[in-house]
Design a protein around this ligand. Structure first.
Ligand SMILES: *Cc1c(COP(=O)(O)O)cnc(C)c1O
Length: 397
């Protein structure tokens, strides 16, 4: 058997990798180069919405690859308009800018907010961001991120951010009291890397109202929690609100790199020719992937599936592990779930892989499950069947 070396001699040492290499997948299952099978409860970190080798998705991508992969934004890309129309219909917003990754979508959102301020005569605009937030690893998005580990060694950070705690409207008001430079509030509806931490419905509604009163942009990073994962297209829709700016990425292309910033009327016309752009963003392959992902999600009713199987999976976790005193919380919505233990539990990632299950651990002590949205209840049972004994054994050590 080919042992995968822990250190790779020619790639930069940026990841603490699980010592396996995956070769192919089918549905919610993947196989490594040695032929070992795994149940996928991570979906490439919320990316493989449709699982692997989806019978409707793959032929469409093959067709597109044979037609046109890239053409450049020098020219019109018909599926940009088609995907943008679909995203605006699903979100109740109006216009879209396409890019390739989550950080790029967030970078565009931050530029939109700053220009929104400058257009109003605010020379040094400030954006409200949150404790434990994760928005990416460019210099601006790591500055917006609320995690010193992500920031350490990369200063000076970008200025113009005001940081507040989650779910505390009084703290938000106090931090921005009388500050005429604030232009936007920026957060994830459910923090992903921060440990599956949801914003409360009431708080989301209060912030929407405050943004309207103060003329601020409400910018919601749905890169991880969006695209159907929670059982609605976008997680903030559980609160019945509509943001002004919404970055998307991860699940939007079912594995093909894609990012998007969706804007409502307050932000749709801020960028003018020359203000922003990208070489790869909106390319024909990525646009086809986005169009087909949404089409298949609708045809196969994957939002309902995410809600139903997610609730079932959460229930099974609660039944098997929720009663243990070392399990502090089981939280999240749909197929975006976190189980917080009373201790760091990163070792569970490799142990689960050995046992044939792909998961992640984030914020040191939170087991994170982000399965593909095609998960069945049988998959959920199998997932908990592998995970529960591992967690029990770990907690008994
Ligand atoms: C993953 C993630 C990002 C960064 O996306 P990349 O594609 O890795 O740049 C930004 N925001 C959130 C909420 C994420 O989960």
């Amino acid at each position: 058997m080919a042992r995968i070396e822990a250190a790779s001699p020619h790639t930069m040492n940026t990841y603490g990798r699980v010592p396996i290499a995956l070769s192919h997948g089918q549905g919610a299952r993947v196989w490594d180069v040695n032929g070992k099978e795994y149940l996928d409860a991570l979906a490439g970190i919320a990316v493989n919405t449709l699982g692997h080798n989806h019978p409707k998705f793959v032929p469409a991508i093959q067709d597109q690859v044979a037609k046109l992969i890239h053409s450049s934004n020098y020219y019109h890309v018909p599926n940009q308009e088609k995907l943008a129309a679909k995203l605006t219909q699903l979100s109740g917003m109006t216009n879209v800018f396409f890019c390739c990754t989550g950080l790029e979508a967030n970078e565009a959102a931050l530029k939109l907010a700053r220009k929104y301020g400058h257009d109003k005569g605010i020379e040094r605009p400030k954006i409200v961001v949150y404790e434990k937030a994760f928005h990416g690893r460019s210099i601006a998005t790591l500055s917006a991120t609320g995690n010193e580990k992500v920031q350490k060694g990369f200063g000076p950070l970008v200025e113009g951010f005001v940081r507040v705690p989650m779910n505390d409207i009084a703290a938000l008001k106090a931090a921005t009291e009388g500050d005429k430079d604030v232009v936007a509030v920026f957060f994830e509806t459910i923090q992903g890397e921060g440990g599956i931490n949801p914003m409360r419905i009431e708080y989301l509604q209060q912030v929407r109202e405050l943004c309207d009163q103060r003329g601020w942009l409400l910018m919601i990073d749905e890169v991880q929690c969006g695209m159907g994962r929670t059982g609605k297209w976008f997680a903030h829709q559980w609160a019945g609100i509509v943001p002004d700016v919404m970055p998307l990425a991860k699940g939007l292309g079912s594995g093909v790199p894609i990012g998007a910033v969706v804007a409502g009327p307050k932000a749709a016309n801020i960028f003018q020719p020359g203000n922003h752009g990208t070489t790869f963003g909106g390319n024909p392959l990525a646009m086809r992937a986005g169009v087909e992902t949404i089409r298949i999600m609708e045809e196969d009713r994957l939002l309902d599936n995410a809600a139903e199987v997610g609730a079932y999976l959460k229930g099974a976790l609660a039944r098997e592990l929720g009663g243990l005193p070392q399990v502090k919380d089981i939280r999240g919505q749909g197929l975006m779930l976190g189980m917080e233990l009373d201790r760091p539990c990163g070792v569970l990632v490799n142990r689960a892989a050995e046992a044939g299950l792909l998961i992640s651990v984030t914020a040191d002590s939170v087991v994170r499950l982000l399965p593909p949205l095609i998960y069945t209840k049988a998959d959920a049972d199998e997932c908990v069947g592998i995970l529960a004994p591992l967690v029990k054994a770990f907690l008994a050590e």
